[in-house]
Design a protein around this ligand. Structure first.
Ligand code: GDP
Ligand code: MN
Length: 379
């Protein structure tokens, strides 16, 4: 999950990384309120999950209430690379002596973390990497050993950060590394990291990607999920613990295993249909999971038919069949269901379903035939 800048800064602040005082604003009046609270001058910043906001006119300095109004009005609703600005972050403006770049990310091939630090910040790091790669000090970090202050001190010197910034920057980088590891980020980036004329080092921007696989140990991440921007189907599915991704088509999909679920989307496409979702119920195809899956798909108004594609392995098809029947007893489903059941105990599973089949609940012997049937029913 990518965070907005203001959320990234809130996350940074938990780990003691210095950021400017500010607040979010969804209207011009709110922006003015924040500006008066944090004190002029302020920066008015578009909150969109895309870089290069400054260049696109999404970051503006304001020294008076009138300027706040003008900029807030101009930035709200602005389209930045296809992202329409719905929210602003207004913070007390900093004076800038120097702009640096700092980030931590995963170096998968080397099974390590990678720190990147440059005295040339504020510009796109990709440009620095292409034109002046030696200006970026790369620091591979063994995840077991971590990053200590002594290493961070050498690193800030190697990167050529100004003397005045080094001690604070080293401490900040250790804090950022803690945020990145303990905070389960895939990416924690500060561009620019600034040195002020007064000799303070702090984060002027925040780009944070959280590792969704770690969400189970971060109940506090829920506050980062903005209901207003999210697909309601995906929210419902997540509340039920399902591995679901909403799509635009009319055939609801339930499959066991991510690979089979993806093949199911392909086959539905191949026979001229389009899937309403990706949904992998994994190995837990019991009545609870099946009922939850059917409920989520049933609540999608675009769905016209449901294709349940199960290949029994460790999951036994007779249990799945039982699960489907129990689920149907609990949930009233608006669309016809086409089942393809194969693999372990398929014969037993089909026998369980046989007495219950009708024109709303049908089985087909193969994946291809089931896909054709589901697509025909969706027309
Ligand atoms: P980005 O363009 O999406 O990366 O947005 P940033 O938050 O990095 O802001 C872009 C640029 O605006 C920065 O590189 C700074 O040069 C400038 N900027 C942002 N905040 C301030 C501030 O508080 N004071 C000053 N003087 N400039 C700022
Ligand atoms: Mn930036």
């Amino acid at each position: 999950m990518d965070l907005f800048e203001y959320q990234g800064k809130q996350y940074f602040a938990r780990y003691g990384i210095p950021v400017s005082p500010g607040g979010v604003a969804d209207t011009v009046e709110e922006a003015l309120g924040v500006a008066e609270r944090v004190g002029f001058p302020v920066v008015v910043k578009a909150q969109v999950k895309v870089g290069g906001r400054g260049k696109a006119g999404g970051v503006k300095l304001a020294t008076t209430p009138d300027e706040v109004r003008t900029h807030a009005r101009g930035i709200l609703g602005l389209d930045i690379k296809g992202h329409v600005v719905q929210r602003l972050w207004v913070e007390h403006a900093s004076e800038i002596a120097k702009e640096y770049y700092a980030s931590f990310t995963l170096d998968r091939p080397n099974k390590a973390h990678l720190g990147m630090l440059s005295a040339q910040g504020g510009v796109e790091i990709e440009v620095v990497a292409a034109e002046n790669p030696e200006a970026i000090a790369m620091l591979p970090i063994d995840p077991v050993r971590g990053l200590d202050v002594a290493t961070a001190r050498r690193w800030v010197a190697d990167a050529g950060l100004d003397e005045a910034a080094r001690a604070q920057a080293a401490d900040l980088l250790v804090a950022l590394y803690r945020c990145y590891t303990e905070g389960d980020c895939d990416l924690a980036e500060i561009n620019p990291l600034i040195l002020t004329p007064g000799g303070e080092v702090h984060a002027l921007d925040a780009k944070v990607t959280l590792d969704d696989n770690a969400a189970f140990r971060h109940p506090e991440w829920d506050e980062f999920r903005g209901d207003e921007f999210e697909d309601p189907r995906e929210r419902r599915a997540r509340e039920k613990g399902l591995n679901y991704i909403g799509l635009d088509g009319s055939v609801g999909i339930i499959a066991n295993g991510a690979g089979l679920a993806m093949s199911t989307l392909d086959v539905v496409n191949q026979v001229g249909g389009s899937a309403a979702n990706f949904l992998d119920i994994g190995g837990g195809a019991n009545a609870d999971v099946m009922a939850a899956a059917l409920e989520v798909i049933n609540a999608d108004p675009k769905v016209r038919s449901i294709f349940v594609n199960i290949f029994g392995g460790i999951t036994r098809v007779d249990e799945v069949a039982q699960g489907v029947l129990e689920a149907l007893a609990r949930v009233e489903i608006a669309s016809p269901i086409v089942l393809r059941l194969d693999g372990t105990n398929a014969v037993e599973g089909r026998a369980i379903l046989a007495p219950h089949l009708n024109d709303r609940l049908v089985t087909e012997p193969t994946m291809l035939e089931a896909a054709r049937r589901a697509v025909a029913l969706a027309r």
